[in-house]
Structures are given as C-alpha cells and as structure tokens.
Write a protein that binds this ligand. Structure first.
Ligand SMILES: *[C@@H]1O[C@H](CO)[C@@H](O)[C@H](O)[C@H]1NC(C)=O
Ligand SMILES: *[C@@H]1O[C@H](CO)[C@@H](O)[C@H](O)[C@H]1NC(C)=O
Length: 526
C-alpha cells in the first residue's frame, strides 16, 4: 500500500515536472502557416503537454485551425474580408507582373497586422482569458512583432519563434544568423546559391527592401503598445530577441546549405500527414490509368478558375497531347465550366484532392504544382518529381531549390503556354533522374538522425525549463555594419597600402627621372 502511494506520488511529481502549459500563437493568415503551427501543437500534445492554439483571425475566409485535437481559441479580430480579398495573391495570383513587393500589397499587409494587433491588445477580456492560463511557454510564427508584446503582457516567461517557410531575414536578424548575400538567396527571390553579378546585386537590394518594410512595421507596433501600455513598454524587437530557439519549416538535405546558429532548428516535414489509401472511386481511376497519373494543383490560395482562359486552354491542350496519361486537376468551380472539360477525356476535374495520398500512390508519376512549401515537401517526401509554376511569395525560392536538387522542372508563370508545359512534361516523364533524385531525398529525410518531432518536444521542454538562453546570443547580432565586416580594419589597411604604393611609385619616378637625366648628360658628354 505504501509502495502504491509512493508510486502515485512519484508519478504525480514526474507529471508535474514534465508537463508544461503551452500557448501556440498562430496568426490565421494562410493554410500552410496555420497547419505548421497546428502540427507543432499536436506534437507537444502527444508528448503530454497542455496546449492551447490561439488563432487571431486575419483572413476571415480561412476556417482551418491546423489541429483538431488541441484546444483551440479563435479570436475574430474584426477583419473585413474585403481587405485581404483586395490583395493580388487572392484576386489575381496568375498575373504575370504582380508580386509580393507591390506597394499596394505591402500596405494591405501592414494594415492587417496593425488592426489585428490592436484588436487583441485592446480587448481586456481576451487578455484576461489568456493570462488565466498561466502559460509556461509560447510559440509563435513571426510575421510581425505583436505576439512578443502579447507574451510580455501575459507574463509568459519563455517563448519560441517559428516559420512555416525556410529561414527568413526577420528571424535570422533576431538571432544574429550570418547571411552572406553572395550565396544566401532572399526567400522572396528565385535565386539559387550560385548567383551572377546582377543576381547578387538584386539579392542585396531585395533583402534591404524587406528589412526596411519590417523596421517600419516594428516602429508602428512599438507605438501601438506604448499607446496602450505606457511609454516605457519595452521595444518589441528586444522582446523578440529573447526567443529561445526558432523552429524552421525546412529540411537541411533539400534547402540550400547556409550558415545557421545553435538556435535555428530545422523541423521541415512535420506538416506532412501519413498517407492513407485512396477512396474506392479515386483508386479505380488512378489504377486504371494506362501510363500513370499526373496531378495538377495550384494550392489552396490560387484558384484555378482565375487562370486567364488562354492559359486554361493551353493546359488542357497540352494534356490532350499526352493521351496515354490521366490528368487530375484540382479545380474549384464545380459546374460553371463543365463544358470546358467535356472534350478532354483524359482530364479529370476535382474540387478537392487528397494530395498526400495521391502523391504516395505508385501510379501517380508526376505533379504539376505552384511550388508552395508544403506541396514541394509533400512531393519530395513521396518521391514524386514536379513541374513547378511558382506564383508568388516564397514559391520561386522553393522551386529554385527543387531545380537545384534535380527533382523539379521550372515553368515561369509569365511563360506558361502549351509549348513550355509540353517540354517540361516530356522532360519529367522521359528523364528518370528526377524520380531517382526525389526518392533518394525522401529516404534521407526518412532516415534523418534526429527526427523533427523529437526536436520540437525536446527543445520546447528545454526552453521552458531554462527560459533564458542568452548564453546562445551571437555577439555579432548587435555589431554595427562597419565593425561586423571589420571595415574599420580593412579600410585603413587599404588606404595605407595605397599610400605606400604611391610613395614607392613617386620615389621610383623621381629616381627614374634622375637616372635618365644622368643618361642624357652622359650622352651629351660623349
Ligand atoms: C476551429 O475551432 C473552433 C473553436 O474555436 C471550432 O468551432 C471549429 O469547428 C474549428 N474548425 C475546424 C475546421 O475544425
Ligand atoms: C468540344 O468539341 C465539339 C465538337 O468538336 C465542339 O463543337 C465544341 O466547341 C468543343 N467545346 C469546347 C469547350 O472546346
């Protein structure tokens, strides 16, 4: 009996020490972002921690919570859906010129961040509800700096940053991660780690552009917090820099290699669910395909219906020229354009597709994708080669990575026509290397020495326990540009070198003149 009570007491102690209250702060801004944070939540839940996923809703049309197991608190920030719907990534993702850096888009982004932040910190009831949970640790995706101010207001003693994309400048700067722009390409560009002169120049300007944008947002959010919580509210950037580690949704075997620090933890692939068997009708369709199935999906944001009609026809006509293959196109509009597809017997339109399950089916041999981070990861982990048509954001980067790893063929959206698509499809279908490369990468990821889920659990527990990890702070983070690159040492050295060379040259010229003078006199004499 005594032993029994001892055991209970021991277990209780064990549980009390080992279980943390975790706030997962997941700005509801995009499917892939919410899913990544949801997967982190589920992973921590499975490890026995108490998790609340808090979703400030920035895109009211985004209904997913990223988890259906963790406790969820959705907070309507009162965002007018028409604001985000005016953003070109929703209205016209296939536009040939528009990209993320358009001023209009950035203005919309700033407005959403500011309005949502104000709605949260000004809502006393919400803040009280959250504070009453007495969280031990918080995890947030870093779009802006609002979450870090919230954590301070909620007295949460430690936090972790996350990024549903590969490492961004923002997170890199928080941790002082070296970013040699000569071979580390901007996340919003299409460069690889081998750049020509113009590429490198563009890369430098692009990275400064995003830094400038975020600094602007930081100033605005600092003002917002000071307005509500007094002028001595700490700078949000200082708070953000206290993040213990950062969980990055990238895989080191796939992404371009770059220097990182001890705080950057690559956990790519945790968002990919285990493949399941296909539903009966789909299984019949896929297994009856003569030479295999090719899936086309532009992801959850870019609706295929928004494709200009000549591009729709180009795609359909391309597919018609591969009659032995079956094509499945994720195409949202259920009935309106039925006729469009009626003449193409090898093209099947589906409103929704079980993407991971399809990609893992042995008869699905290629994937035409927009190159979203999740789609690329899912393709690679299933060993499926891709024809990638990047539309915006980090997609061009993800595709550049896929091309470098020999698993993707790129088709520019500006250049999407029957000819380019046919060439790309032929290349993927005829050259076996793409599939071989994809399978090898998939295997490496599968056999990674430390599994991403394990890293998430152990690092979260570690940060929650020790809270202050300033012994990992990189000194270079707070150095000025001149000091960081030792310009104050190289510049005087170069000046000195030039001076010495000039003096020597001068000396030699004088000497030379004298010598030739002497030569001339000698000649005169003789
Ligand atoms: C998301 O969570 C809310 C609770 O806040 C719940 O009502 C809703 O059904 C969930 N949505 C999904 C898609 O699971
Ligand atoms: C389908 O084919 C028929 C007969 O060739 C043609 O009349 C019709 O216009 C075609 N429809 C489309 C949408 O191309």
């Amino acid at each position: 009996m005594v032993l029994y009570y001892c055991l209970i007491a021991f277990l209780a102690l064990f549980a009390a020490c080992d279980s943390y209250k975790v706030l997962v702060y997941s700005p509801a801004m995009g499917h892939s972002h919410v899913n990544f944070l949801g997967k982190i939540a589920d992973t921590l839940l499975d490890a026995g921690h108490e998790v609340l996923v808090f979703l400030p809703v920035m895109d009211p049309e985004l209904l997913t919570n990223g988890t259906n197991r963790a406790k969820v608190l959705r907070f309507e920030t009162g965002m007018d859906p028409s604001i985000l719907n005016g953003h070109s990534f929703k209205t016209d993702p296939f536009d040939e010129k528009r990209d993320m850096q358009d001023d209009g888009n950035l203005e919309i982004f700033t407005k959403i961040m500011m309005d949502s932040c104000e709605a949260q910190i000004s809502n006393k009831e919400l803040m009280k509800t959250l504070a009453n949970h007495h969280f031990d640790i918080a995890i947030t995706e870093v779009f802006d700096y609002c979450a870090f101010g919230m954590f301070k207001l909620l007295n949460i003693p430690s936090h972790i940053s996350a990024c549903a994309a590969p490492l961004t400048d923002t997170i890199g700067d928080l941790f002082g991660v070296p970013e040699p722009l000569s071979y580390v390409p901007s996340l919003f560009g299409s460069f690889t780690d081998e750049m020509g002169y113009i590429d490198r120049a563009t890369n430098v300007f692009m990275s400064q552009f995003w830094r400038h944008f975020l600094r602007n947002l930081l100033d605005k959010q600092n003002q917002l917090f000071q307005q509500y919580h007094g002028s001595d509210f700490p700078c949000l950037e200082t708070l953000a820099k206290k993040s213990g580690v950062a969980f990055i949704n990238a895989n080191e075997f796939v992404e371009f290699p770059r220097p990182v620090t001890h705080r950057i933890i690559y956990v790519g692939g945790i968002g990919v669910p285990k493949p399941k068997p296909l539903p009966k009708d789909l299984e019949d369709l896929v297994s009856s395909a003569k030479k295999g199935v090719i899936l086309l999906s532009f992801g959850s944001i870019a609706k295929s219906i928004l494709l200009p009609s000549e591009k729709k026809m180009a795609i359909l006509n391309t597919f018609a020229s591969f009659p032995e293959y079956t094509f499945i196109w994720k195409y949202e509009l259920p009935d309106g354009e039925k006729e469009l597809f009626s003449n193409y017997s090898n093209v099947h339109r589906m409103k929704w597709v079980p993407q991971v399950d399809l990609l893992n089916h042995p008869n699905v041999i290629a994937f035409i994708t927009h190159g979203g981070a999740n789609s690329m990861t899912e393709a690679i982990q299933s060993g499926t080669p891709t024809v990638a048509i990047p539309l915006l954001g980090d997609q061009a980067h993800n595709v550049a990575v896929g091309v470098k790893r020999g698993v993707s063929v790129l088709v520019l959206k500006q250049n999407l026509n029957a000819e380019t698509l046919t060439t790309a499809l032929r290349e993927i279908l005829n050259n076996k290397m793409y599939g071989v490369n994809a399978k090898r990468l998939a295997e490496m990821i599968e056999k990674k020495p430390v599994k991403p889920k394990e890293m998430i659990v152990k690092w979260t527990e570690f940060v929650a326990e020790f809270q202050d990890l300033s012994n990992l702070d990189i000194a270079g983070r707070d150095l000025s540009f001149i000091k960081y690159f030792c310009i104050d040492i190289f510049a005087p050295a170069i000046v000195l070198l030039i001076a010495v060379v000039a003096v020597v040259m001068k000396f030699l010229t004088v000497l030379g003149r004298k010598a030739s003078g002497m030569f001339a006199t000698k000649q005169k004499q003789s």
